[in-house]
Design a protein around this ligand. Structure first.
Ligand code: IMP
Ligand code: MG
Length: 205
C-alpha cells in the first residue's frame, strides 16, 4: 500500500529550501514562524477556547480574507460546539484608515445578540480595523465579545485594543503567508514569512 502523503503544509515548507522557478517560495527572504510553530500555537489556543467557552453559545467571527487559514485550523482545534460567521471590510485608504473609518463589504449573516462572540483576526497592526469592529459588534449586545489574533505588531499600535489571545508578536515588518497577502498573493504559504525587498520594489535587486 502507498505511504500516506505528507500534509500540504509540510510539502510547501520543504520547498522553501528547495525552491524551483515559478514557485512563491522564490520571493521569500526568510521564514519568521514555521508551519509547525503555528500548528502548535493553534492547538494551544484551541484548548484555551475550549476551557473558556465550555457550555456557552460560541460564535467565531472571521474577518475576510486574511483570517481564512487561521480560522480553518483554529475551528478544528476547538472541540466544543460552535458556529462560524464571516465579515468583509475594506478601509477607505491610507489617510482615512487612521481615522478608523472602515467600510463593511459583507456583514455577518447571523445576529450576535446574547451570544459569545470571538473575533478571529490575522494580524493587528494600527488596531484601527479592530477598534471599529469592536464598536460595531458591541452595539449589537453580544453576551461577550473577545478577540483572538494570530499575529500582533505591538509597535505599530495607534489605538488600544483589548486582545484576549495573541498567537505571536512579530516585528514591524510586512509579513505574508498563512492567509496574509501582498497584492492578494502568498496567502497559501503554510508559514509566516518576509518577502525579499525586490518583490515590493521591482528593479532594486
Ligand atoms: P490595522 O487596522 O492597521 O490593525 O490593520 C489590520 C489589517 O491590515 C490586517 O487585518 C491585515 O489584513 C492588514 N495587515 C496589516 N499588517 C499586515 C502585514 O504585515 N501583512 C499583511 N497584511 C497586513
Ligand atoms: Mg485582517
Amino acid at each position: 500500500m502507498a505511504e500516506r502523503s505528507p500534509g500540504v503544509a509540510v510539502v510547501n515548507e520543504e520547498r522553501a529550501d528547495a525552491c524551483v522557478q515559478g514557485q512563491l517560495c522564490q520571493d521569500i527572504e526568510r521564514v519568521l514562524i514555521s508551519a509547525e510553530e503555528i500548528q502548535g500555537r493553534v492547538r494551544e489556543l484551541g484548548s484555551q477556547i475550549n476551557e473558556r467557552y465550555a457550555g456557552k453559545d460560541l460564535l467565531l467571527i472571521a474577518v475576510l480574507k486574511g483570517s481564512i487559514v487561521f480560522i480553518a485550523d483554529l475551528m478544528r482545534a476547538i472541540s466544543i460546539p460552535h458556529e462560524v460567521d464571516f465579515l468583509a471590510t475594506s478601509s477607505y485608504g491610507a489617510s482615512s484608515t487612521s481615522s478608523g473609518v472602515v467600510r463593511i463589504l459583507k456583514d455577518l449573516n447571523e445576529p450576535i445578540e446574547g451570544r459569545h462572540a470571538l473575533v478571529v483576526e490575522d494580524i493587528i497592526d494600527s488596531g484601527q480595523t479592530l477598534a471599529y469592529l469592536t464598536r460595531l459588534f458591541s452595539a449589537r449586545n453580544p453576551a461577550s465579545l473577545e478577540v483572538v489574533t494570530l499575529l500582533d505588531k505591538p509597535t505599530r499600535r495607534e489605538v488600544d485594543i483589548d486582545v484576549l489571545w495573541t498567537g505571536f508578536s512579530v516585528p514591524n515588518e510586512f509579513v505574508i503567508g498563512y492567509g496574509l497577502d501582498f497584492n492578494q498573493k502568498y496567502r497559501n504559504l503554510p508559514y509566516i514569512g518576509v518577502l525579499k525587498p525586490e518583490v515590493y520594489e521591482p528593479g532594486t535587486e
